[in-house]
Design a protein around this ligand. Structure first.
Ligand code: HEC
Ligand code: HEC
Length: 364
């Protein structure tokens, strides 16, 4: 893991730690689950990246073009950006996603924002970038591994005209035939030994460029600044919301800088084991839950009112903020403060294939 950007100066980190220690006894202070140590790790480590995929500006820009270019889809009709739209918090606004040719995808689209920090909990530093857990069930590790997933999946991007064995060779061949891509892969991977420029275009470099771009899609919400010790970063209502959230037992799972333990939990005995989603940017990414069954935060709270408390030990003592039918406006203020970071929303105006940017399938 190599630090890539250092958001705060060392002086600010020290001040943050001092502020943290000074207010550790107050109810709405950052609190024990964001230990001074883990907060400092958050701030100091920047965005983790794998040793074999250091970012450079050409690689990031190539990754952005690939993210938006339907050339990666078997039938050239869909791109990563079709389901991960900046206007929808890099999600798609749908209950569950729609893939190539209108195929059903049985899952709600997770945001790509801050996924570079997946695995970071209150108790552990951010995992090495090649171990960051991905998907609702943590089934892939690292952004690089994840990026191959939708290209290989028949219902997301591959379609019916190619197989898992043939899709990457097909995509590589397409990219090699586009001079704009040959030049950009050369610039992005200058140290990769190759007899001819086209050799730099391979499955491995495609997913590396996409992952390097995704590592730039990070947001730093007010909630994180508050965890780092800036008391003024949260309104009084948001601070009450944090306290209520913790008292209610929500933070048994949604804790730390990402508001997730990145562990799998069951809502019913014998039910599916699903990862606690990060609540960063949550207000930008409705509908909610892995199957999109909750349209609003109110619907989510209703699910917790009915949850099978014996399904998971972490539900012991759970209460629902706002009470039965009560006003959850403090909770909303807190979730807003976890969702207010700014991030790169740039969509390229054209892609080197000349195909429509983002393909024919668009976020809702
Ligand atoms: C058809 C819509 C669709 C397309 C196209 C798509 N995704 Fe996704 N993405 C999803 C859905 C749905 C999930 C959650 C799937 C799951 O967990 O099983 C997801 C999950 C992810 C995650 C995991 C985030 C996390 O926190 O675990 C990343 C990263 C991601 N997608 C990036 C990409 C990239 C890169 C591409 C293009 C190569 C892409 N997606 C194409 C719908 C899509
Ligand atoms: C036992 C661990 C656990 C506890 C306790 C818990 N959650 Fe969750 N939370 C999860 C999991 C797992 C999911 C995803 C469930 C699914 O997709 O079916 C989730 C989903 C959510 C979502 C939807 C996020 C999204 O992007 O779809 C919100 C909002 C949320 N929880 C808020 C809360 C609140 C508020 C509380 C306290 C009342 C709480 N959670 C308590 C584990 C937990």
């Amino acid at each position: 893991m190599a630090p890539k950007n250092l958001p705060l100066s060392v002086a600010a980190i020290v001040l943050g730690a001092a502020a943290f220690l000074a207010c550790a006894d107050e109810e709405a202070s950052p609190g024990p689950e964001a230990s001074a140590e883990s907060v400092l790790a958050t701030e100091a480590a920047g965005v983790p990246e794998p040793a074999d995929n250091p970012a450079n500006p050409s690689k990031v820009e190539l990754g952005r073009l690939l993210f938006w270019d339907p050339i990666l889809a078997g039938d050239r009709d869909i791109a990563c950006g079709s389901c991960h739209d900046p206007a929808r918090g890099y999600s798609d606004g749908r209950k569950v996603s729609i893939g190539t040719g209108g195929a059903a995808v049985p899952r709600n689209a997770l945001t790509v924002l801050d996924a570079a920090w997946n695995g970071w909990t209150a108790l552990t530093p951010a995992p090495a970038a090649d171990a960051a857990p991905m998907f609702w069930d943590n089934r892939a590790q690292s952004l690089e591994t994840q990026a191959a997933g939708p290209i290989l999946a028949a219902n997301e991007m591959r379609g019916k005209n190619h197989t898992e064995a043939t899709i990457f060779p097909e995509v590589v061949e397409r990219l090699r035939a586009i001079p704009g891509y040959v030049d950009r892969f050369d610039a992005a991977f200058p140290n990769r030994p190759s007899e001819e420029a086209g050799d730099r275009i391979a499955k491995e470099t495609i997913v590396r460029a996409i992952a390097a771009f995704e590592r730039t899609l990070v947001s730093r919400p007010s909630y994180e600044r508050w965890l780092a010790g800036d008391e003024s970063a949260l309104s009084a209502a948001a601070q009450r919301g944090v306290a209520d959230f913790r008292r209610s037992g929500c933070s048994a799972c949604h804790s730390g800088p990402m508001l997730s333990d990145f562990a799998l939990h069951r809502f019913q005995r014998g039910g599916e084991a699903i990862r606690t989603p990060s609540l960063r940017n949550v207000l930008r990414t409705a509908p909610y839950m892995h199957d999109g069954r909750a349209a609003t935060i109110g619907d989510v709270l209703n699910i917790y009112r009915r949850v099978d408390r014996d399904a998971d030990p972490a539900f012991e003592g759970l209460r629902v903020p706002g009470g039965r039918g009560g006003d959850a406006s403090d909770l909303q203020a807190f979730l807003a403060a976890a969702s207010d970071g700014t991030y790169d929303e740039t969509i390229p105006t054209e892609v080197p294939s000349g195909l429509p940017v983002g393909g024919r399938i668009r976020a809702e």
